[in-house]
Design a protein around this ligand. Sequence first.
Ligand code: NAD
Length: 371
Amino acid sequence: MSKTVTVEVGLGARAYDILIGPGLLAGAGETVSARLPGARVAIVTDGNVAASHLETLKSGLERGGVTVAAAVTLPAGEKTKSFEHLQEVVDAVLGARLERRDAVVALGGGVIGDLTGFAAGIVRRGMDFVQVPTSLLAQVDSSVGGKTGINSARGKNLIGVFHQPKLVLADSGVLDTLPIREFRAGYAELAKYGLIDRPAFFAWLEKNWQEVFEGGDARIEAIAEACRAKADVVARDEFETGDRALLNLGHTFGHALEAATAYDGTRLVHGEGVSIGMVLAHRFSARLNLASPDDAARVEAHLKAVGLPTSVADIPGELPGPEKLFDYITQDKKVSRGALTFILTRGIGRSFIAKDVPASEVVAFLRDSLE
Ligand code: NAD
């Protein structure tokens, strides 16, 4: 029988637990009332997640004595991270007369978690909130660390606040209804922690990834290790003034590819962009003589084995040329005196923040990668 693993995010007065294991939705009432005694809650979710999991969570909360004062079901998808839906959530929370010591519960993937966390951060100048992440990406990344927000027409995640949850309930069983493509996309972020600074974890994933996909204890252990890694970085650098940037490994190239495909999820979802981006970051590091090309080959072999795209050629449809891709990179990255900040690596589990990467090298590398 699988047990629940607890990982603490050590943020002093704002510290909280991440619980990882099966059956956490059904037992949510007891867990929430132990940490937030007397709280009433509003649940925010999306249509896909509501269909399989809303009733389980609602009855789990009510069985444990937590009153569900409202439940809001929003459309699934990135477009939901908008002012329009933010307003809908804020209105629902105020309409249910929730007080500051009550709580908002995000039941869903990163989209619902980011939007709901932001709403909780601004209603009554900050309400308690609980993350109940239902995608693998949300369980290993977005639900932990307190970054919340919505998108602007000028770019992704440009409007938001840091607002830490009071509790994260990562129910490993809810992932059984997640589409396989989304599971794989989340797996890219899971593998990322091994590549940043946990080489033994990466080696463990190379051996055990099939069991992680199947479920059970290996899945719980993988999620827990990812949460430990994220909690470590967040506790060191909550507001991303230093080390937290390491979590962007693979994201510079990945974001450029997402922008180049106009965020069309039929062509590329975020985690797939990160998968290709991590391979490119390792290849680029090898080209700069920082790491061995064998490491890049090992990363590529593993991500390919789990079924993730690993090269630009794996993206269906036309892509813009290297100069245009470089433009996309510089849209969310400042070029200062012809140089950029990048997450590079000296080998598996040896990533670092490089502050002076020549723009000319990046363009030349993109040109070769697109050939
Ligand atoms: P998502 O929330 O859109 O979920 C992906 C899809 O899976 C959606 O269609 C959703 O309805 C569905 N889904 C989720 N759980 C399901 C389940 N158990 N069963 C069936 N379907 C399910 O996307 P995501 O990949 O979870 O998150 C991406 C978002 O996270 C992006 O907006 C990104 O900016 C954000 N993000 C935030 C942080 C952070 O630190 N705050 C970190 C990484 C990513």
